[in-house]
Design a protein around this ligand. Structure first.
Ligand code: HEM
Length: 397
């Protein structure tokens, strides 16, 4: 059916026919390596909500994949997303606190100014790569601000982040693995300096995540936990948000009547952003590990099994969503799983929605007739769905 380590031709361009087949014919899809792929909405929902039978700790999976004690192993096994309580709860509490409504409100004017600035720069050109000039640039700046990383030092962040998250793909070349390790090493070294500086000059803990994390350090967070989770915030909020924005622009390129409706009524963006997230989920797969024997649809799955949770399929499960392949900008309710669910639900979801809304609104306002041109390329990843290259004519028509 679908073997994540040997994907059928064309899967990256369009995985949806494969997902539809999984949903109908193989909701419990055994993988040759013993892991199991689940795709139905109700199954994912159940797994996300049950943190006792389905845990996030991935040491057993990452040790053979990355090498016990290697940089990628240390990073991914220290990030809150791949941990269970108590480490998970300690770090999550600090991060949720840092994303408080005041901090988000504080960020909004800067975000609007950032988007307007990028659009103004683009206005001088006829054709641009929307990833480089727009969708990829926004989240780096937002998270750079969140962690207080100086502007002139943000250059390498995007590549580090892509390499570290890229290492989560089911199949890796030696070169990709090495790049992932090197990126963790370099990023960690770099952050040590930022942390030392912030220790000496603390920011406002209400709006500065790093200052907040530092204040709970000591008893609560070790130096390694602190550094690796700062790296995680950047990674978590970067590629995913780039994908949200570029996927939205891709969807609106194909559906001109939806675009016209949004131009006429930008308020629709509040629900439209969630529909973009459902239709083209930036994070297509999550994972959990079973702690005991479980059963899905008559199939028994042993304890210690790695489960792949196909968010991209669940978000198009017809048992949950009417006309799942149709984009309805005002879809309500729209309880998609693009941000996961349960105790690990995305901490940055309000920020991500805000970035998506402001970016798409700005783009439609400045370039209502933009048009993607030949050569657009998907990222070629299984876990993360988005464009690697998105060339567009800005002033068509
Ligand atoms: C459209 C953009 C985004 C998408 C689709 C997304 C998706 C997700 C998903 C699916 C998870 C759950 C992982 C799991 O349970 O296995 C998650 C967790 C997380 N996300 Fe996001 N995310 C986005 C943006 C952001 C942003 C902007 C930030 C922060 C600035 C962020 C921070 C986090 C953190 C800290 C976690 C870990 C939560 C935990 O383990 O308790 N995300 N995200």
């Amino acid at each position: 059916m679908v073997d994540l380590k040997a994907l059928p031709e064309g899967f990256h361009e369009n995985p949806y026919p494969h997902y539809a087949q999984l949903l109908e014919e193989a909701p419990v899809c055994l993988q040759p390596d013993g892991s199991v792929l689940l795709s139905r909405y109700d199954d994912l929902d159940l797994v996300y909500r049950d943190a006792t039978r389905f845990i996030s700790d991935k040491k057993a999976v990452f040790a053979p994949k990355f090498g016990d004690g290697s940089p990628l192993f240390e990073h991914h096994t220290t990030s809150l997303v791949f941990n269970d309580p108590p480490l998970h709860s300690r770090i999550r509490k600090v991060m949720v606190g840092a994303m408080n409504p005041r901090a988000l409100k504080h960020m909004e004017p800067g975000l609007i100014a950032l988007v307007e600035g990028l659009l103004d720069e683009m206005a001088g050109q006829d054709q641009v790569d929307l990833i480089e000039s727009f969708a990829g640039a926004i989240p780096i700046e937002v998270i750079g601000n969140l962690l207080g990383i100086p502007h002139e030092e943000r250059g390498p962040l995007r590549d580090w982040s892509l390499a570290i998250l890229g290492a989560l793909e089911p199949v890796l070349t030696e070169a990709e693995l090495e790049l992932g390790h090197a990126s963790v090493r370099e990023f960690k070294e770099y952050l040590k300096g930022v942390v030392a500086d912030r220790r000496a000059n603390p920011g406002d803990p209400e709006v500065d995540v790093l200052t907040r994390l530092l204040q709970t350090e000591g008893e609560a967070l070790t130096e390694v936990e602190l550094l690796q989770n700062c790296i995680f915030i950047l990674n978590a909020g970067h590629e995913t948000t780039t994908n949200l924005i570029s996927n939205a622009l891709g969807l609106l390129d194909k559906d001109r009547s939806a675009r016209a409706a949004l131009i006429e009524n930008p308020k629709l963006l509040t629900t439209a952003v969630d529909e973009f997230l459902r239709m083209e989920s930036p994070n297509q797969f999550g994972n959990r590990l079973t702690t005991e024997e479980v059963e899905f649809h008559g199939v028994t799955i042993p304890a210690g099994t790695d489960l792949h949770l196909c968010i991209g399929a669940a978000n198009r499960d017809p048992r949950r969503f009417d006309d799942p392949g149709v984009m309805k900008l005002d879809r309500r309710p729209n309880k998609h799983l693009a941000f996961g669910g349960g105790g690990h639900t995305c901490v940055g979801l309000t920020l991500a929605r805000m970035e998506g809304r402001i970016a798409v609104e700005g783009m439609l306002h400045h370039f209502p007739n933009y048009e993607l041109t030949e050569g657009a390329k998907m990222g070629g990843r299984v876990r993360f769905r988005g464009f690697a290259y998105q060339p567009a004519l800005l002033n068509k028509g």
